[in-house]
Design a protein around this ligand. Sequence first.
Ligand code: ACO
Length: 435
Amino acid sequence: MINKTKQTSTAKLEVKGKTVELPVYSGTDGPDVVDVKRLYAEAGVFTLDPGFTSTGSCESQITFINGEEGILLHRGYPIDQLAENSGFLEVCYLLLNGELPTQPEFKAFSGRITQHTMLHTQMDRFFDGFRRDSHPMAMLTGTVGAMSAFYPGAMDSSDPEERNLAYIRLLAKMPTLAARIYKYNIGQPFVDPINDLGYAENFLRMCFSITAEKYVPNPTVIRAMDRLLILQADHEQNASTSTVRLAGSSGAHPYAAVAAGVASLWGPSHGGANEACLRMLREIGSVDRIPEFIARAKDKNDPFRLMGFGHRVYKNYDPRAKVMQQTVHELMEALEIKNSPIMQIAMELEKIALEDEYFVEKKLYPNVDFYSGIAMDAIGFPTDMFTVLFALGRTVGWVSQLNEMIEDPSQRIGRPRQIYTGAAKRDFVPIQERR
Ligand code: ACO
């Protein structure tokens, strides 16, 4: 149960000649927080924090990040241990339920997921409305939102059973949806799920098998796909997760709230970075052009940024990037990709950026997207599918956070305030009198 914060001290704020006492809370780990909930009522002022760099929006027990030290924990477990020792569905169970599953719990959970992998046949008709060359994220935003029309019962967020079913359905159907989006883009017939395959293997088969040939799965590729999903599973209150919470705070349908999260994930500053990163590596083209791009990234007058570097929270090496780098090496070996120019550029770029004064001083380290794009490319996905794969992994984070918010009695509809600097009150002027 949420609401475990302890008041450990009090902060005093002097504003407009008045001293306001604000409670300070400590969590399990991480910086203390000043509770400003009563500030407006007591002092008549708001706080201003565009981009939320100093603002917490909720209490959460799901994910902890220490950006200075490069630590990421899910329900207390370090991400590298989860990526090494567990599978994606186990991590899903952990995020949703708070504990790692026992064997019977896992069997029941994965059994439930596989019962719901199929899409309603009418869902398939939506695809015909999209242009053949539609961006996969445009299709994902639309089709996830459309799924809400098929499950009106999920609107009842007061029923924990109904909520849980909605999350299970979303987790189960996202791979089927994502694979259909890919097939639609390349003009191949849809492939239906086979429920005795694992989550990642089923997804890869729905993407890459064709009726004309026997599909031969590669265990290293399946493991890499599973790991990619684990690494994207949750990342506390990032833009898309906050979007899901905010949309859900009005009592919106959970699939509609997740569709809002998909839309938020699309942008190049967030989930679109892996796509942008691979495009950048291709544009660089050869190791000898790296200094030119480093110089551009440092030039204040050039909007170019080194994609895959920097993070709002991590001011150290993103722990997910380390796991991803290792996964990329395993993939290259298993797929016998030797002397990949992209990989050579990535390794050299990372080396140079980690030593360069500009990047060191601003603490711009590689983030997960730096290597995940290379991994998805090696598996065989086109770049514009990358963010869809990210959404596939992140769905469990979105629904876990949404559920936590619904169960939190202190949560109300999300409604930030503003400082208004527009025109002061003035009287309407009829059009013929305007100069
Ligand atoms: N290349 C060059 N300079 C950079 C980069 C970069 N990748 N990232 C940040 N900087 C510089 C900024 O120009 C700024 O410099 P200044 O202080 O001289 O003005 C400083 O570092 C701080 O940057 P901000 O944009 O203020 O940092 P913020 O925390 O808002 O942004 C972000 C974080 C968006 C991730 C940024 O680092 C970025 O654009 N990186 C590239 C895109 C990317 O890889 N995104 C993936 C994020 S991870 C994820 O969503 C899974």
